[in-house]
Design a protein around this ligand. Structure first.
Ligand code: SAM
Length: 294
């Protein structure tokens, strides 16, 4: 392992995240700041700066499922984090943002929020009327971007208790509700709660596939959205390829063929860098829900 804290970190940090924290004014407009023990975006920025991340040597190649890094925390200790161990990453304030945004150059939530707001403008709809289900919500970065474009109502769902705790700690008040639930086995109470929110859009950003959200959970979330509503998703291009075995390619291509999904925007983009600095290419899709998936 080599420490790549310096060169790689500084090379990509500028590509990432500066705009996120600038959204505080927008969130204040929505009157949702000030709950919980939130100490302001400055605390999150300071937490990010206090962490150091070292990546494996650039010549090594890992499957996206197996990527890892080592992290030095403010007490000086170093420990290893597998990228898909989100429960451990969310427990450390600022670590998710440090790894994926500051070091690996992710800007996907902002990119998708921009695509969504363009699509809304083309349809002459306003973000303020949209009621979003944010599936795989994590620590709330997508909710922050949705608030920035003017979405006034967002409900988070994640399978991890640690994700909800991190969202409350780092971005309190952005979600009207945040359910910790497994959508492959949605309980009656959670189903009622989601129905009561009268949801008109689904966002699933950086959360489909790779042992994260399976097609069955996506379908359950999709079923919560009103016909005519919006579906905003990102997915690695390989999951849409003809030889995909995850079930996503089939589900999406069947949805397009049947007319259940009407694509409004579809873009290939660099989601982030892998630990060997190669780009991970995803597709971003903004579609209208015109009917149930088959
Ligand atoms: C890479 S994070 C993305 C978080 C957020 N959407 C963002 O863009 O920052 C993936 C998230 O999906 C969640 N997740 C994984 N499997 C899930 C499932 N079956 N149902 C709901 N959430 C899941 C993880 O807990 C994690 O918070």
């Amino acid at each position: 392992m080599t420490s790549t804290v310096n060169g790689f970190d500084s090379a990509v940090a500028g590509a990432g995240h500066a705009g996120h924290l600038g959204s505080e004014a927008a969130r204040r407009e929505h009157g949702r700041l000030g709950e919980g023990v939130y100490r302001g975006p400055g605390a999150l920025t300071a937490a990010r700066k206090a962490l150091r991340v070292a990546l494996p040597e650039p010549s090594s190649r890992f499957d996206q499922n197996d990527e890892w890094c080592v992290v030095q925390q403010p007490d000086g200790s170093w420990s290893e984090f597998r990228f898909h161990d989100y429960h451990r990453i969310f427990d450390v304030p600022g670590l998710y943002e440090k790894i994926f945004y500051d070091v690996l150059g992710c800007d996907t939530p902002r990119f998708m929020a921009d695509l969504f707001v363009d699509a809304l403008a083309t349809a002459r709809e306003t973000a303020g009327d949209v009621r979003v289900l944010d599936l795989g919500a994590g620590n709330g970065i997508m909710a922050e971007e949705l608030a920035t474009i003017g979405v006034g109502h967002a409900v988070g769902v994640d399978i991890l208790q640690e994700a909800r705790a991190a969202a409350e700690r780092d971005r309190p008040g952005l979600y009207a509700d945040y359910l910790v639930a497994d959508l492959t086995d949605l309980g009656d109470d959670d189903a009622r709660t989601l129905a009561d929110h009268r949801l008109t859009a689904l966002t699933v950003v950086a959360a489909l596939g790779f042992g994260d959200i399976p097609p069955a959970a996506f379908r359950t979330a999709y079923d919560q959205i009103a016909d005519g509503g919006w579906v905003v998703l990102t997915i690695k291009d390989a999951f849409l390829a003809e030889d995909d075995t995850s079930g996503f390619a089939r589900m999406i291509s069947d949805g397009l063929a049947s007319g259940a999904l009407e694509v409004v925007r579809r873009e290939r983009f660099r989601h982030r860098l892998a630990t060997d600095a190669s780009p991970l290419v995803y597709e971003g899709i903004v579609a209208r829900k015109r009917g149930p998936l088959g």
